[in-house]
Ligand binder design. Structure first.
Ligand code: ZN
Length: 275
């Protein structure tokens, strides 16, 4: 499943090809993906100039003067910028066709999604889509810090890993990144969120930022093949400390890594390094 680093890598890859371009037309080969595609996408976007491409959590927003197309890659979605005559495959559901500077049809932003858990929605200009309204801070901004986690977690009995993966507290920290950040911060993922100290949340927030920033940087150099069949980015998978390593020795202390299911997600930790 594409996580925040892959979505941000995608944004950085497509934005230079989109910003400042006029949309010639929008081709929908299905009426729905995970949800029905709102009619505004095909009715309002043609003729509009793309101002920018923004990422919010794992959504990509293609901003124009009348509103924004809001894309989510779901489990298997992919966005590519292709030549106008690129062959159309079975799972190529949406084309946003761009205009060349001479007014002719130019390159195509193509959304491909074999499993169709992705979505294409519409955010009217000046409004915030309901799916975005309740989201917590972006992890790579100053709005996310140890203190915000510490304040939000007081009297919370939920496991700190689930607290960290809750989009209301911080967006885009998926299962792999939560496991790895908790290992790096030395925090047992099962510990009640409300029992983690302020100092340890500062360390945790710093590790979340470090690991996500690192993954984005690496993803930027391997844009074309960043997903392996396990759903973890290939470059990242080889360097994981705990995720997927149950029974293997901890890279720091050699204690076997443990695994437990928390909130229906596999969780991995070192019982010696994480308290
Ligand atoms: Zn260890």
């Amino acid at each position: 499943m594409p996580e925040l680093p892959e979505v941000e890598t995608t944004r950085r890859g497509i934005e230079p090809h989109l910003a400042g371009r006029r949309i010639a037309t929008v081709i929908l080969r299905r009426a729905d993906l995970r949800w029905p595609i709102p009619r505004e996408v095909s009715e309002l976007l043609p003729g509009q100039v793309i101002d920018s491409v923004e990422r919010r959590a794992k959504y990509l927003l293609i901003h124009t003067g009348v509103g924004s197309a809001m894309l989510h890659l779901g489990m298997s979605g992919m966005l590519r910028v292709l030549p106008p005559d690129a062959l159309i495959g079975k799972h190529d559901h949406v084309d946003i066709v761009l205009e060349n500077t001479n007014g002719q049809r130019g390159r195509v932003l193509r959304f491909t999604d074999p499993r169709r858990f992705g979505s294409l929605l519409w955010q009217p200009f000046g409004e915030v889509h309901p799916l975005l309204a309740a989201l917590g801070p972006e992890p790579l901004t100053d709005a996310f810090a140890g203190d915000t986690l510490w304040h939000a977690s007081r009297r919370r009995s939920a496991a700190v890993k689930l607290f960290l993966m809750d989009n209301a507290n911080v967006v885009g920290v998926g299962n792999i990144y939560a496991s790895e950040a908790l290992f790096a911060a030395g925090i047992d993922p099962r510990r009640a969120a409300g029992s983690v100290s302020r100092v340890r949340y500062a360390k945790l927030a710093a590790e979340v930022k470090r690991i996500l920033a690192w993954a984005i940087e690496r993803g930027g150099t391997t844009l074309r093949d960043f997903l392996n069949p396990d759903g973890a980015p290939g470059y990242f998978f080889r360097e994981l400390n705990v995720y997927g390593r149950a029974g293997e020795p901890c890279k720091v202390c050699s204690t076997p890594i443990k695994q437990v299911v928390l909130g229906q997600r596999s969780t991995f930790w070192c019982p010696n390094c994480q308290k």
